[in-house]
Ligand binder design. Sequence first.
Ligand SMILES: Cc1cc2nc3c(=O)[nH]c(=O)nc-3n(C[C@H](O)[C@H](O)[C@H](O)COP(=O)(O)O)c2cc1C
Length: 180
Amino acid sequence: MILKGYGFMKLLARTTVIITTISPRGIPNAAPFSFNMPASFEPPIFVFACDPEHDTWRNIRENGEFVVNIIDESLGDKLHILEKDFPYEVNEIKEAGLTEEPSKKVKPPRIKEAFAWLECKTVATYPIGDHMLIAGEVLLAEVRDEYFDKELKLDKVKPLIHISGTQFAIPLERRFKRAR
Ligand SMILES: Cc1cc2nc3c(=O)[nH]c(=O)nc-3n(C[C@H](O)[C@H](O)[C@H](O)COP(=O)(O)O)c2cc1C
């Protein structure tokens, strides 16, 4: 089967995250993203692609800081609220009934209900097609102790995978090792 245009995305299952930023007046913003991945070990760098119309990009352009809130399926029913196009400086964390928590290295707050957080400072941006590619150095990565023991504990946490549009998946298979 040939997939036209951006149909190729449907072949790539991606982790869903919520990215928090802050306006120059200190009002937090939150939005779901699935075009995201690690891009460098040293320094540790995370990249994601953002529509340049989004408030997330507006805030990052202003101050460069963002937090990647890594969520599991328990927050899945919040995504349809967070993805609404609220006016600039409406605090979507509150609108979604989620809890703000201060970050340790950057000004944008974390979302308390996430299971892990990457506090990032933008080191590069690049227009790519109809999106902006944003690369952030991970200044601090923290995960809840109960979800991690050398590796992510998949019996405790169910990462929410975005396939495309309204299609999501929760990987329920147990971890296994492959030679590499
Ligand atoms: C599961 C999911 C994944 C999304 N992934 C992206 C993405 O990777 N890039 C993007 O620009 N928008 C993405 N969106 C859309 C934005 O989250 C949405 O347009 C949001 O309102 C932008 O908010 P903002 O204007 O506050 O930044 C996604 C939405 C959902 C529900």
